[in-house]
Ligand binder design. Structure first.
Ligand code: GAL
Length: 847
């Protein structure tokens, strides 16, 4: 078939105008690629008739703004990705049952089109349960209210809603011509997510659900393969895939399926009060190289860019607003170096091996030592001739190994893989980082200079950039604030009442206290106590509008002493959620919020007061939320007053101010470190929750050793004092800052590999020239809009230390290197400072 097509092309030489017309047709059918099909065999995905080794970059579109998408996709491509992978976020697309939203950060089609127009493929994981540290695992909260529903099992109401949403998304892709056979980028889909982890809890119904989900998905005629990750009983015509820190031992559940890694956890997420995870680049590269070494063919970084959980989208309990994830692109979309660069080199090395990797049906195995092994791929190249690539691994966690392979000697650092695209020369070793290290600096933002007088410019350069010297304040009432409250007997489940329209739920009841009670407490020297069997995530207790205390925890017992006066007292309980459960195993729909079990007041003369039976008045949310005082349009209607610097802070306050868009192109951040706990909006956009909670003291390693198996508690940073919340904040100290890579460092030695791009020089791959004759190089580059402002350190010979701690060794070492950084000898180290690129404007201005 292929042969005859080729012949046809040659024979049918048609005049130019008609060729133009023929080429035009596929562009109308689908705009980004000549339509192609995707299938698979046991070795790899087959894209447009060819097996492919694919590298995929996880980027979740609603975790960035649409303005950021083109840059994130471009940086994924530049980093060596072939594919972008994203989940689809049901709760964002169908916030109200039957009402869809595909606007702004949820403009899925726009995102997919951008991926296509950059020439990358897309793996769309529809779920629609996605987990993903997303509120409620991606399910819209209204789904709980569908009568008779049980999530993720053989349950008709659930299956109906799931099918409706999945059909909607597949339809959307088809209509926009986004599938590869239509000329779009979508090459693969996903149904469900790690259902294998919970399937047992559902018994036979779980097994039936898997079969149903598979056939429902296939029935949609999307025309590309579907994946079920972590699903050992995935049906024959659905791919199963691995998720984890390492997946090199993974075997799919059928010999006809390729080895896919849908989630390579290159970092981890963080909770309020937790430390910041960090996965070393060397270990990540090791895991990826081992995967392709042992037969893997598709690997996705979860996440390549993590981004931000805007609004109230972060899952829980207690997931923070940032979803940086220690990904190769940081929360702001800046390269996280050396991770980004080290992986870029790795991807280039894997690409060089691709012809051999796809030519072989399986690798040839060779033991090189007790903890060392080689996998060799060889076969016939596509363009004729033999191809060969090899991976040499040393899985010893401590020692380097000296091995012989094909008659040559190789040194393998501990816990590393060397990649040999020609079975002879090392193009890359996972433990040798040639990429630059960037140290991020956060600086006060510079106001737009153009609009200022010279005097203002001088002043603004020096002053700490607090966002504003003038703030407006609006008091949020404590307790029931409006008409739309209701009274019911007993303690209601929080989500049943709030429908997650707000984090907050007020509960109010009246407690009458007799003279006898008061004298009883005086006599015993004890106060009554509120005791709640179980609560999540934050509970604030007020008596007569005065705060008695706050309790933080996830399904913990709450015990809070309270002070009552004689007569009637208002007992106010405010329950708060900080991200709904996203992964709790099975039965997510049964996981509510607020209180569980009983609540009582103890210590009264006549025995306990059972609050679970009391009459309670409920109000959902805050008054300011209901009045939308955070929007530009509604803000003016509220009665704001000027905040005095010495004003005593109130428990619940709205604050607002104005600031100018800072100068330059660096990412802008708000430093809310002076505040307690709350939520923030900019121009009516909800940017997320904040909480100045301090990370736990212990658990951070002083040094980070990349060697040995990674887990999320290894190499964490940012440990501090015991977790605590600062009380009420000071808005005058909020500042606007910009983030950039302010300091860059690099170090290479003779034992590093030559630049990967040199491999494209004719002669290297076919062995007529030796790559060994090419010296390694070090490249340092500032972020766009920045220039090198100074060279802090530059030395060759035997420099020591690491980034920001370099020192010269004993060999020749011209420090303070002036003109260029071409320092090549045994070893070279350098560090630079980057500065914002200033444009000099010369004009005269009258003061
Ligand atoms: C996986 C899950 C992802 C994400 C990840 C942790 O189990 O499939 O959605 O939650 O864990 O970041």
């Amino acid at each position: 078939m292929a042969e005859s097509t080729r012949n046809v092309t040659i024979r049918w030489r048609i005049p130019p105008p008609i060729i133009a017309l023929l080429l035009f047709l596929p562009i109308v059918a689908g705009s980004y690629f000549k339509p192609f099909n995707v299938s698979y065999d046991h070795r790899a995905l087959i894209v447009a008739g060819k097996r492919r080794m694919l590298v995929s970059a996880g980027v979740h579109y609603p975790r960035a703004t649409p303005q950021m998408w083109p840059d994130l996709i471009a940086k994924s491509k530049e980093g060596g990705a072939d594919v972008v992978q994203t989940y689809v976020f049901w709760s964002g697309h169908e916030p109200v049952k039957g009402q869809y939203n595909f606007e702004g950060r949820y403009d899925l089609v726009k995102f997919v089109k951008l991926v296509g127009s950059s020439g990358l493929f897309l793996h769309l994981r529809i779920g629609p349960y996605v987990c993903a540290e997303w509120n409620f695992g991606g399910f819209p909260v209204w789904l709980r209210d569908v009568p008779g529903i049980e999530f993720r099992t053989d349950n008709e109401p659930f299956k109906k809603e799931m099918q409706k949403f999945v059909t909607k998304i597949v339809g959307l892709m088809r209509e926009a011509k986004m599938f590869c056979w239509q000329g779009g980028p979508v090459i693969m889909l996903q149904i469900e997510n790690e259902y294998g982890d919970v399937e047992k809890s559902y018994g036979q119904k779980g097994k039936d659900y898997v079969k149903w989900a598979a056939s429902m998905a296939l029935g949609l005629g999307a025309g590309v393969p579907w994946v079920m990750c972590k699903q050992t009983d995935a049906p024959e015509n659905i791919l199963d895939a691995c998720n984890g820190y390492y997946c090199d031992g993974f075997k799919p559940n059928s010999k006809t399926k390729p080895v896919l890694w849908t989630e390579d956890w290159d970092g981890w997420y963080t909770k309020w009060g937790g430390s910041l995870p960090h996965r070393p680049a060397e270990d990540l590269a090791f895991a990826v190289a081992r995967f392709y070494q042992r037969g893997g063919s598709f690997q996705n970084y979860y996440m390549y860019f993590g981004g931000t959980n805007f609004g109230r989208t972060s899952g829980g309990p207690f997931y923070i607003t940032s979803y940086d994830y220690d990904a190769p692109l940081d929360e702001y979309g800046l390269r996280s170096e050396p991770k980004w660069g080290h992986l870029k080199d790795l991807h280039a090395a894997i690409k060089l091996c691709e012809p051999a990797l796809v030519a072989a049906d399986a690798p040839q195995y060779k033991k090189l030592g007790s903890n060392q092994e080689a996998h060799i791929y060889h076969g016939d190249g596509e363009t004729g001739g033999k191809v060969c690539a090899a991976f040499l691994a040393n899985i010893d966690e401590h020692k380097s190994a000296y091995v012989k392979f094909n008659g040559q000697s190789y040194t393998l650092p501990p816990w590393s893989v060397s990649i040999l695209p020609d079975c002879r020369h090392v193009a890359y070793n996972t433990a040798k980082v040639g990429a630059q290290t960037s140290v991020k600096t956060v600086e006060p933002a510079r106001p737009p200079l153009g609009s200022m007088s010279i005097l203002q410019k001088v002043v603004s350069q020096d002053s700490a950039s607090y966002i504003s010297k003038s703030w407006m304040a609006l008091k949020e009432p404590i307790g029931i604030w409006g008409e739309n409250n209701f009274t019911a007997q007993g303690l209601l489940e929080h989500l049943n009442v709030t429908k997650d329209q707000s984090d907050y739920l007020w509960h109010k009841t009246r407690i009458s206290v007799s003279e006898d009670d008061i004298s009883f407490w005086k006599k015993n020297g004890a106060n009554p106590t509120l005791s709640v069997d179980s609560m999540r995530d934050v509970l604030r207790v007020f008596v007569n509008k005065q705060l008695s205390g706050s309790i933080v925890g996830h399904w913990v017992k709450a015990v809070q002493p309270v002070l009552f006066v004689q007569g009637n007292n208002d007992l106010l309980l405010l329950t708060q959620t900080v991200g709904l459960q996203e992964y709790r195993g099975a039965f997510l729909e049964k996981d509510g919020a607020g209180f569980r079990g009983k609540a009582k007041l103890t210590g009264f003369k006549n025995g306990d007061v059972d609050l679970s039976k009391s009459s309670w008045t409920y109000q959902v949310g805050l008054k300011g939320e209901a009045e939308k005082v955070y929007t530009v349009e509604h803000s003016e209607k509220a009665e704001w007053s000027t905040l005095e610097t010495e004003a005593s802070p109130s428990i619940f306050m709205w604050y607002k101010t104005y600031f100018n868009t800072p100068d330059g192109t660096d990412p802008v951040v708000l430093d809310l470190g002076s505040m307690g706990k709350g939520q923030a909006w900019v121009n009516g956009h909800h940017i997320g929750r904040y909480w100045s909670i301090i990370a736990q003291k212990d658990g951070c390693d002083k040094t980070c050793d990349y060697r040995g198996a990674y887990h999320s508690d290894k190499c964490t940073t940012n440990c501090g004092k015991p977790t605590q919340t600062r009380n009420w904040g000071n808005p005058f100290k909020i500042s606007v800052k910009t983030v950039t890579a302010g300091i860059l460092c690099g170090q290479v030695s003779r034992s590093h590999y030559p630049p990967l791009r040199k491999w494209s020089t004719p002669g290297f791959m076919n062995g007529t020239m030796s790559i060994n004759s090419v010296a390694p190089e070090m490249h340092l580059r500032c972020e766009e809009g920045h220039v090198i402002s100074s060279i802090e350190f530059a030395s060759y010979g035997t420099p020591r230390g690491s980034c920001e701690k370099f020192s010269t060794g004993n060999a020749m070492h011209p420090n303070r290197y002036q003109s260029s950084l071409r320092l090549v000898k045994d070893s070279t180290a350098a560090s630079l400072k980057c500065q914002t690129l200033h444009f000099r404007v010369t004009h005269v201005e009258e003061l």
